[in-house]
Design a binder for this molecule. Sequence first.
Ligand code: URA
Length: 202
Amino acid sequence: AAQAAALAAACQTRDELRAAIAGFEGCALRDTATNLVFSDGNPEARVMLVGEAPGAEEDRAGLPFVGASGQLLDRMLGSIGLDRTQVLITNILPWRPPGNRTPSEGEIATCLPFVQRHIALVAPDFLLLLGATAVRALTGHTQGIRRIRGRWQSLTVPRMDRPIPTLPTYHPAYLLRTSLAKREAWSDLLQLQQKLSLTKKS
Ligand code: URA
């Protein structure tokens, strides 16, 4: 993680960050992945979304959230009038864990400086964290997602001069399995929509 932190801190642009991750040899997930999955969407967007890790389809495409979870995510965004031109999407991990296993604590810690730097370079007005892994990695909160979702947090990342209003919600893959939770997810999205419309462009 110290190696990644030094590399990440030296990056002044997203292109530099992407190149630094692509060349980083400190995480073994890179060896089994087909593609680096860096981001999709609009780097100028006011909203940044962070998921967990690429799955099989994302690994093939080199883009986040293109499989079944991604289709649901697009519908979730659509419910508040957003599409991928109005958000930037990334993950905690830039490479797919083999067989879509849950990422290890070590892998998360190793790669965390990269996603933190990504957030600092984008400097979004709001962050939406998709699922417990993103919440735990970035905020350190270890309560279950059911307890923590829908409550705004203030997230700080290294080398960023202001905290970012951050809303944890359910991961779309969880919603695909647990459709009863969709109502709560939709109310989280409405909170985000409200903040966006109250604050307009900063
Ligand atoms: N799940 C994630 O967390 N991220 C993706 O990119 C795809 C599925």
